[in-house]
Design a protein. Structure first.
Length: 151
């Protein structure tokens, strides 16, 4: 696979991951603030099912990023590489368990203080991942910008 194709796949997978996380975050906030418990249940179930799409995007973005970046010492690539363990750990250790926990609680009608505490943790961790992914996208765009020669 040529480098241009890898870049396009990487960009699409990274953008897809950002869109998944943003849609999870926005749908959660809107359903919690303005909807019924029944709607919250549907949102939580949908997020759990959509996690498979998010995980696929993250895996493809990670694999293509490693293939393209290799052992590059480029500042932006190094920054992206340093962020990925935090993004992955946050996702695996906080966001995934929270999503399943909240889905389970919502499905059984347990909208108590524990539910809302975990919901707040999930929203904070989701925003952290969205921010880190956004910074990585910004760095990716900076790599693509042509350098102007000074006169």
């Amino acid at each position: 696979m040529n480098r241009d194709t890898l870049r396009k796949i990487h960009a699409a997978a990274g953008a897809g991951a950002c869109l998944f996380i943003a849609s999870f975050w926005i749908s959660t906030v809107l359903s919690e603030l303005f909807s019924s418990h029944e709607t919250i249940v549907v949102v939580k179930q949908t997020i759990v099912y959509a996690l498979f799409g998010l995980m696929a995007c993250m895996a493809v973005a990670g694999a293509t990023g490693m293939k393209m970046g290799g052992k590059s010492k480029h500042t932006a690539i190094a920054a992206k590489r340093r962020r990925m363990p935090f993004i992955a750990a946050n996702g695996m250790l906080i966001l995934l368990p929270c999503a399943f926990f909240l889905n389970n609680r919502a499905s059984s009608g347990q909208f108590d203080s524990v539910f809302y505490i975990v919901q707040i943790v999930e929203l904070i961790a989701g925003m952290a991942n969205l921010t880190l992914l956004g910074l990585s996208m910004k760095d990716g765009f900076s790599i693509r910008k042509p350098k102007l020669k000074s006169i």
